[in-house]
Ligand binder design. Structure first.
Ligand code: HEC
Ligand code: HEC
Ligand code: HEC
Ligand code: HEC
Ligand code: HEC
Length: 399
């Protein structure tokens, strides 16, 4: 086997082309520290965002998913890291690995390779940083749906920042207005937040398809409303910083208890021997959405006036099975269970049998980032992954 691999490897060096494309990023712009002098507040906002945590060293769930995926597909760990970097780390200097690299990795000959060097780059640790979003020259919406992240964009020439203003001037970098930074910014988000598919071609989330807007854009909720401030603290306007309408760069989402709170509306009533629970979703995308295996947990605590007589929990989540029919993560799914999420600007009604003798029931609705099945598969340790975040709760008197 090894002999065969070596022959294959040598012949590939001789005849195979290196698929890795190198795109160089100027050091003056590569990291957010280069922007601090003039955009301090925006950098601080962004540092608290999950975009800045999208590198595998900073996100336990992502890191362990990569390991799991590598083990199950027998693709090298670094090969998987490069594959996932398409959206999680799009400024990586190699965009794909090929069979040559896989063979090098098996033989332990990959130490000094371009791929390994690319993965060690400091700027990559910043995940989705300034020069991911603001260095997009063009979004290729005409490309096949499955081309996302790095494969859906062209980068600007080094030092050119695309932004929401058409009259900005900066001594540090050149600037240009882009529609996808202004009136059409959903397009920017859909570069990555759409069409997430497994290795088997199962599309497990598509925020673009489920999106039902009432005119609001993603940035209205995830960067907050436009408010008066300064885009840059540099004194450019008659010795003063220019006043501008700006947004926060926090991109708060499912990891944030404040965002989760009240994101669904709960109503409940008794109908004969049943308790009917209705969850309405006023948001323009499903809840949960985004990454697979998120969960909504509805807990019912029945009392008879003095003590708890019964607890019950209903889970709304999606489960994934691999080629052999075994439980797996979304990215390896061959099949998935019914989508249990509450549809965008829609509702879900659930009926349960009332506990006998109960005079009231406390209904609490929680959000969890990972359901128990995947939590166990990946052996996640950090508290955040098992934490129940309260969405809403209410008490219903029973007859
Ligand atoms: C996930 C994409 C994304 C990332 C990452 C990002 N930005 Fe932005 N940025 C935007 C969008 C979208 C707007 C336009 C918001 C609007 O006006 O609707 C914007 C606006 C701006 C503006 C204009 C002022 C404002 O707040 O509207 C500046 C300056 C800016 N970004 C700098 C930065 C810097 C510096 C970083 C890195 C710390 C960064 N951005 C990271 C998407 C991003
Ligand atoms: C020496 C100061 C300085 C530094 C350093 C700097 N910028 Fe700027 N930047 C500016 C000024 C000034 C503006 C224009 C502000 C205005 O017109 O309100 C600007 C505007 C922008 C805009 C908005 C452009 C538009 O047309 O809408 C973006 C995006 C941006 N900068 C990103 C960055 C990023 C990313 C970095 C770090 C790699 C960075 N800047 C570093 C001074 C700076
Ligand atoms: C280059 C790809 C890319 C682009 C462009 C992008 N995102 Fe993201 N976004 C990601 C990834 C990857 C994560 C997950 C990071 C993690 O959890 O480690 C993420 C996380 C988020 C989160 C946090 C979700 C949570 O679970 O807490 C929000 C909110 C978000 N993005 C909104 C946006 C919006 C709004 C835009 C458009 C202005 C946008 N993103 C553009 C890739 C992208
Ligand atoms: C009207 C406000 C609103 C708009 C507009 C909006 N969102 Fe959200 N989004 C929320 C709320 C509230 C949550 C938290 C509840 C949750 O996690 O589902 C959320 C959660 C998310 C999450 C985490 C979802 C999960 O379950 O992992 C992502 C990713 C996200 N939004 C991206 C987007 C993108 C991309 C757009 C535009 C296409 C968008 N959002 C538009 C309000 C909004
Ligand atoms: C099409 C772009 C895209 C690709 C490719 C991609 N991801 Fe993601 N990933 C995202 C986005 C966008 C989010 C944020 C969704 C959310 O938070 O709801 C995300 C979130 C995640 C999360 C949840 C992180 C958290 O903190 O909750 C995990 C785990 C994950 N991805 C694993 C992977 C793995 C493993 C790969 C490679 C096999 C991969 N992703 C490839 C776009 C992508």
């Amino acid at each position: 086997m090894k002999f065969f691999l070596i022959v294959f490897f040598v012949s590939n060096i001789l005849y195979g082309a290196d698929a890795a494309k190198v795109v160089k990023l100027d050091e003056r712009f590569a990291e957010s520290k280069n922007c601090k002098a003039c955009h301090m507040q925006l950098v601080k906002d962004w540092e608290e965002s999950w975009h800045s945590n999208s590198h595998f060293d900073k996100d336990e769930y992502f890191r362990k998913s990569i390991k799991y995926y590598s083990r199950k597909t027998r693709k090298s760990l670094n090969g998987v890291k490069v594959e996932c970097a398409t959206c999680h780390n799009p400024r990586i200097s190699v965009t794909s690995t090929d069979i040559n690299y896989e063979i090098e990795a098996v033989l332990g000959l990959d130490k000094g390779s371009k791929v390994n060097k690319a993965l060690k780059d400091d700027a990559l640790h910043e995940g989705i940083n300034c020069v991911v979003c603001h260095n997009i020259e063009k979004i290729h919406s005409d490309r096949d749906e499955t081309y996302r992240g790095i494969n859906r964009v062209t980068w600007t020439k080094s030092g050119l920042m695309s932004g929401p203003y058409d009259d900005a001037k900066s001594p540090y970098h050149s600037v240009e207005y882009r529609d996808f930074m202004g009136k059409n910014s959903n397009q920017l988000c859909f570069v990555c937040h759409a069409n997430m598919s497994s290795v088997q071609g199962v599309m497990f989330t598509n925020m673009e398809e489920e999106f039902k807007s009432d005119g609001k854009q993603c940035v209205d909720c995830h960067m907050g409303p436009k408010r008066l401030g300064v885009a840059s603290t540099l004194k450019i306007d008659d010795g003063k910083a220019k006043k501008r309408m700006i947004r926060k760069h926090g991109f708060k989402g499912a990891h944030d208890e404040e965002m989760i709170k009240n994101s669904l509306k709960l109503s409940a009533w008794q109908k004969g021997k049943d308790v009917v629970i209705m969850l309405k979703n006023p948001q323009p995308h499903n809840i949960p959405s985004g990454y697979g295996s998120r969960e909504i947990l509805i807990e019912l605590d029945y009392t008879n006036g003095t003590e708890t007589i019964k607890n019950e929990a209903i889970s709304l989540t999606t489960y994934y099975k691999d080629r052999r029919g075994k439980a797996t993560i979304a990215h390896l799914a061959k099949t998935m269970s019914k989508d249990m999420s509450i549809p965008a600007r829609g509702k879900k009604v659930i009926k349960v049998k009332k506990a006998g003798g109960a005079t009231s029931v406390r209904i609490s609705v929680y959000y969890k980032l990972v359901n128990d099945e995947v939590h166990k598969l990946l052996k996640l340790k950090e508290k955040q992954w098992s934490k129940k975040m309260l969405i809403t709760a209410k008490t219903l008197k029973l007859k």
